[in-house]
Design a binder for this molecule. Structure first.
Ligand SMILES: Cc1cc2nc3c(=O)[nH]c(=O)nc-3n(C[C@H](O)[C@H](O)[C@H](O)COP(=O)(O)OP(=O)(O)OC[C@H]3O[C@@H](n4cnc5c(N)ncnc54)[C@H](O)[C@@H]3O)c2cc1C
Length: 321
C-alpha cells in the first residue's frame, strides 16, 4: 500500500469539510446542503455511491460562492442535473456535487417566439408548455428525462433534432466562478458534447421556437412518444450507453448483431428491447454496469474492429478496497 495514501485522503477530507462548514455559515438554515448524500436515487439508473457533499444552491450567487470555496480549498466539484445520463461508480463522488433543483433555476418564461428557461427546467415541462402556447421546435425534448442544463452540456438530441437547434444564448458560471452570457455560436456544440460547459455550470438559456398549430404539435409529440414506448425499455437505465460509432452504424444495431441482447452481469442487463440500453433489473451495482460495458466494448473491438465510446457520463470512484 502507498504509505502516503491515507494522509492524502485525510487532508482531502478536511478540505472538503472546510467547504461544507463555510457554506453552512453563509446559507439559510433550510438550504439543501448535506454530507454523504446517496446519489443512486438521483439517477435514472438507480445505482452508484454517495456524494461527499450535496448542494442545491438557492441562487446564482450561492453557486458562485460554492465554486469559489472549492477553488480556495482545492476541492473538486461536479454538476448533476436529473441524473439521466450518469453512471456513478459505487464509491461515490468526492468533493461537492451541485444540482440546480431550486426554484431560482426553474423559471420558464415565454415571450412570443422567445423562451427564457432556467437550467433546472425539465425538458418535458419545456416541451409541454411550448405546445400549450402553439410554439414548435421543442417536441423532440418531450421524452428525454433530463433538465435543460444536462441537455445543453450533452447537446441532447432525438428524432433528428439537437438541443442547440433551439438555443440562442447560454448563461453559465465558468470554472473561475464568473457569470458569463454567450451566443450559441460560441458554445462549440457538436454530437453529444458542448465543450465550453465541461468545467462550467449552465444556469439558463434563451431559446427560440416558431409558431405552429397546437394540435399539430401535440400530434408530433404523441407520435414521438409512441415510438419511444415501442423501441425503448421501461426499466431503470441511463439512456443510450454508447455513442453511435458512425452516422450509418447505430451502436444498438451493432450490439444486437453481436448477439448481446439479454447479456447480464449481476442485475445489469443489455436490454432485450434496445441493445444500446443497459437496464437495472433491481439492485445492480455500478460495477456490474461497468463490467457489462467493458464486455460489450471488448466484443465490438475484437469481432467488428469498432471502438465504442460511452455516451453515458461515468463519474466518481470505485468502492474503497
Ligand atoms: C430513458 C432515457 C431516454 C433518453 N433519451 C435520450 C435521447 O433521446 N436523446 C439524448 O440526447 N439523451 C437521452 N437520454 C439521456 C439524457 O436524458 C440526456 O443526456 C439529458 O440531456 C441529460 O440531462 P440530465 O439533466 O439528466 O443531466 P445529467 O445526466 O445529470 O448530467 C449529464 C451531464 O451534464 C452535466 N450537467 C448537468 N447539469 C449541468 C449544468 N447545469 N451545467 C453544466 N453541465 C451540467 C453533468 O455534469 C453530466 O456531465 C435518455 C436517458 C434515458 C434514461
Amino acid at each position: 500500500m502507498d504509505p502516503a495514501g491515507p494522509d492524502r485522503n485525510a487532508c482531502r477530507d478536511v478540505q472538503t469539510f472546510e467547504v461544507f462548514d463555510a457554506l453552512r455559515r453563509f446559507l439559510p438554515a433550510d438550504a439543501v446542503l448535506r454530507r454523504n448524500e446517496p446519489l443512486d436515487k438521483r439517477t435514472t439508473l438507480r445505482a452508484g455511491g454517495p456524494a461527499d457533499i450535496y448542494f442545491e444552491p438557492p441562487t446564482v450567487e450561492a453557486l458562485q460562492l460554492a465554486l469559489d470555496l472549492c477553488a480556495r480549498f482545492n476541492t473538486p466539484w461536479t454538476a448533476i442535473g436529473r441524473g439521466s445520463n450518469l453512471l456513478i461508480r459505487d464509491g461515490g463522488i468526492r468533493g461537492l456535487v451541485l444540482s440546480l433543483q431550486q426554484p431560482a433555476f426553474s423559471a420558464l418564461e415565454f415571450d412570443g417566439e422567445r423562451v427564457e428557461a432556467g437550467a433546472g427546467v425539465r425538458l418535458k415541462n419545456l416541451a409541454v408548455e411550448a405546445r400549450k402556447r402553439g410554439l414548435s421546435g421543442f417536441e423532440f425534448l418531450e421524452g428525454i428525462p433530463g433538465s435543460l442544463g444536462g441537455a445543453l452540456r450533452m447537446n441532447a438530441g432525438a428524432m433528428g433534432s439537437w438541443a442547440f437547434d433551439v438555443v440562442d444564448r447560454v448563461r453559465f458560471v465558468d470554472g473561475e466562478g464568473r457569470l458569463r452570457d454567450e451566443p450559441a455560436s460560441a458554445m462549440q456544440a457538436r454530437y453529444r458534447e458542448c465543450p465550453l460547459l465541461r468545467g462550467a455550470i449552465a444556469v439558463g438559456a434563451i431559446l427560440h421556437g416558431h409558431p405552429d398549430d397546437a394540435d399539430a404539435i401535440a400530434h408530433r409529440m404523441e407520435t414521438n412518444s409512441r415510438r419511444r414506448w415501442e423501441t425503448q425499455p421501461n426499466q431503470p437505465s441511463a439512456g443510450c450507453i454508447f455513442k453511435n460509432p458512425g452516422p450509418n452504424l447505430p451502436a444498438g444495431r451493432l450490439i444486437e448483431e453481436l448477439g448481446l441482447k439479454g447479456a447480464r452481469v449481476g442485475a445489469a442487463m443489455v436490454s432485450d428491447v434496445h441493445a444500446n440500453f443497459i437496464v437495472n433489473l433491481g439492485g445492480a451495482a455500478a460495477a456490474d454496469v461497468l463490467a457489462l460495458i467493458e464486455m460489450v466494448r471488448d466484443r465490438a473491438l475484437k469481432e467488428r474492429g469498432v471502438a465504442l465510446e460511452t455516451e453515458v457520463e461515468i463519474l466518481g470512484e470505485g468502492p474503497a478496497s
